[in-house]
Design a protein around this ligand. Structure first.
Ligand SMILES: Cc1cc2nc3c(=O)[nH]c(=O)nc-3n(C[C@H](O)[C@H](O)[C@H](O)COP(=O)(O)OP(=O)(O)OC[C@H]3O[C@@H](n4cnc5c(N)ncnc54)[C@H](O)[C@@H]3O)c2cc1C
Ligand code: FES
Length: 352
């Protein structure tokens, strides 16, 4: 057994043989940032100040392009070879929300967009309501230990309702079933809350939110949280999609401007024809952000959505002066077991 010490707080936790730093931290009740849990998104990146790690599971793809001199480490994959000292962002606000498993019943199923289904879930009889921070996600537990992550599109409510926005992935087992066979009244087993994509309230800086597709779900939860708090911090909310129909809650997002003077909503379409027909802004959503905010050095940025958008945002926003510790994101990658299989099948390739 080895010990990991977190430089900033001085907190220490033990790591069992074969365990990753992230798994050990979670077991000790210490929240370190993560999203994909598969080594591809980079949100768990930290600095290794002392010690050595191995990557016996997935290759640390999110470190490709990072210079070895930076001593970066991916906490979701790194298995210590001895005691470690690391510098990582601790997200203590989520530590009060212990994860647990419960059965939930589907109480509403709605088509939001051609490939997006909205679900309302309620704790099954006898189950206590789940509690979470806006922006967190849950895993739907399937057979054979498989799990599928989905962001909760709402904040916690007194009636226990959990809202999800599920995009159908071509060839995807679970999301195909959600768009087809799943019925109101069906029961799902979930585990949550999970993740560290949550509001940071210890700042007075203006905020930029960037969502791609169903990446709107956690952004919605976080923006609604800040509006409910009555924040005066400016919030620029960008939502990118291919066509107008994919901006499935556009009216709601537009209504935030009326609810709070600090909010500006910017829908952006990547399909030139649909943009021309609708009169909406055309382009890639991260380019729209940078056109409007070329200097991000004074902002906090939240982003969630497809891995390609997250990757582009991560590189370009840092180039635009945003300090890395003020970039918060969830990358909507496939589930860790699926990514592990895909990576194993592509051994030797770096791009997913
Ligand atoms: C933190 C987080 C939050 C998320 N939140 C949301 C959300 O709010 N809304 C949302 O819509 N999505 C969200 N996602 C993404 C969502 O979890 C995935 O789209 C979902 O897990 C897909 O499940 P599936 O069973 O339908 O597809 P899977 O069965 O997992 O398959 C996914 C794709 O991989 C292919 N595939 C499967 N196995 C292999 C293999 N062995 N080799 C090659 N290809 C393979 C399939 O054909 C398919 O195209 C989130 C992801 C993360 C990480
Ligand atoms: S790379 Fe570790 S959580 Fe995504």
């Amino acid at each position: 057994m080895f010990t990991v010490t977190l430089k900033n707080s001085g907190r220490r936790f033990p790591v069992d043989a074969g365990e990753t730093v992230l798994e050990a931290a979670q077991r000790a009740g210490i929240a370190l940032p993560y999203s994909c849990r598969a080594g591809v998104c980079g949100s768990c990146k930290a600095i290794l100040l002392q010690g050595h790690c191995d990557y016996p599971r997935n290759p640390p793809l999110a470190l490709s392009g990072v210079s070895p001199g930076q001593h970066a480490v991916l906490l979701c994959q790194a298995v210590p070879r001895g005691d470690l000292v690391i510098e990582a962002r601790e997200v203590t606000s989520v530590e009060d929300f212990a994860k647990r498993r419960l059965d939930v019943v589907v109480t509403e199923k709605r088509t939001l967009a051609p490939d997006v289904v909205g679900l309302h879930l309620q704790p099954a009889d006898g189950e206590a309501s789940l509690n979470w921070l806006p922006g967190q996600y849950l895993d739907v537990l399937l057979d054979e230990g498989r799990r599928r992550p989905f962001s909760i599109a709402s904040g916690p409510r007194t009636d226990g309702m959990i809202e999800l926005h599920v995009r159908h992935v071509a060839g995807g087992g679970f999301t195909s079933w959600v768009s087809g066979g799943l019925r109101v009244g069906d029961t799902l087993r979930i585990e949550g809350p999970l993740g560290t994509f949550v509001p940071r309230e210890d700042s007075e800086r203006p905020m930029v939110f960037m969502a791609g597709g169903t990446g709107f779900a956690p952004v919605k939860a976080i923006v609604e949280h800040f509006i409910a708090l009555g924040t005066r911090r400016p919030m620029q909310v960008y939502w990118g999609a291919r066509g107008e129909a994919d901006l499935y809650l556009r009216e709601l997002a537009a209504s935030w401007e009326r609810a709070a003077h600090a909010v500006r909503f910017h829908p952006v379409l990547s399909d030139p024809e649909q943009a021309a027909q609708s009169g909406l802004r055309m382009g890639l959503v991260h380019e729209a952000v940078l056109e409007d905010q070329p200097d991000l050095s004074g902002h906090d940025v939240y982003m969630s959505g497809p891995p390609a958008m997250i990757d582009a945002g991560r590189k370009l926003f840092l180039d635009a002066g945003l300090p890395e510790e003020r970039l918060y994101y969830d990358s909507f990658d496939y589930a860790p077991d699926v990514l592990a299989q895909i990576l194993a099948g592509r051994a030797g390739f770096v791009e997913l």
